[in-house]
Write a protein that binds this ligand. Structure first.
Ligand SMILES: [Fe+2]
Length: 245
């Protein structure tokens, strides 16, 4: 029987249903190493409230040189396993493009793994801003792409120059913050910067950036916290994840 006075510590559900950033395609990057793990991660994301997934394997020169060819077979196997396991979470893929020489080559070839409607996920190096970031954003926009900046709060070299964030966002670069940052997983500074984006209405998308079970555990802990409830009420009207539904 339902007891009104009994407070459980059940996690709240995620307030977005499409995960637009995660590494759950098996064996293609530093995310899920095998298909069984992928199925476990997707099932766990489903329990947290995710209903569909656009996976974003890394495309990074020298380390993860993914392309439609490298992703096709493991994604097909994963989809079959999800059917076998009765997990009704549709999964497609885009990619997380590091801004490097390989990205230049991909852009030149015209073969880019995008979200619907030509949205594309890009990330900086964690060490320094790419020298030609503005030019790349502009070139993408001229060609009809809509660049989404993966986890801007994680680039620590911007933290003492928040005006740079403002310039980038004003140039039309859309910001995708990590659920992991809100959960405090990356660190206090990243959580604080994500809050700054929320305060300044600079969040366009949210992604889980799930690579493994350690991240699922972080989400579960976060989703029973007061922070999660407060973040949810502030972010829900701001984010556009559902345009990919
Ligand atoms: Fe990622």
């Amino acid at each position: 029987m339902f007891n009104f006075f009994h407070k459980t510590k059940q996690p709240i559900k995620l307030w977005f249903t499409t995960d637009i950033h995660c590494h759950v395609i098996p064996g293609v990057d530093d995310g899920s190493p095998n298909v069984d793990t992928s199925v476990e991660l997707i099932e766990a994301l489903g329990e947290l409230g995710i209903k569909r997934i656009i996976a974003t394997p890394h495309v990074t020169q020298a380390t993860f040189e993914n392309s439609p060819e490298t992703i096709k077979a493991p994604l097909t196997i994963l989809k079959e396993k999800l059917v076998d396991a009765n997990i009704d979470i549709p999964i497609t893929n885009a990619a997380e493009y590091r801004i490097d020489d390989l990205f230049d080559q991909c852009r030149a070839s015209g073969v880019l793994m995008t979200y619907p409607d030509n949205y594309i996920l890009i990330e900086n190096s964690f060490i320094q801003e790419p020298w030609n970031l503005e030019q790349i954003i502009f070139d993408l926009q001229v060609k009809g792409y809509k660049p989404i900046f993966a986890h801007p709060e994680r680039y620590l070299y911007y933290h003492n120059r928040v005006n740079r964030y403002k310039e980038l966002h004003d140039s039309g670069l859309l910001f995708q913050i990590n659920l992991l940052s809100l959960a405090g997983y990356h660190g206090k500074a990243e959580r604080k910067m994500a809050e700054y984006f929320i305060d300044n209405n600079m969040v366009d998308f949210i992604g889980t950036d799930t690579h493994g079970h350690r991240h699922i555990d972080a989400f579960r802990n976060y989703l029973i916290s007061r922070d999660a409830e407060r973040d949810m009420s502030r972010l829900a009207p701001m984010i556009k994840n559902d345009i990919f539904n």
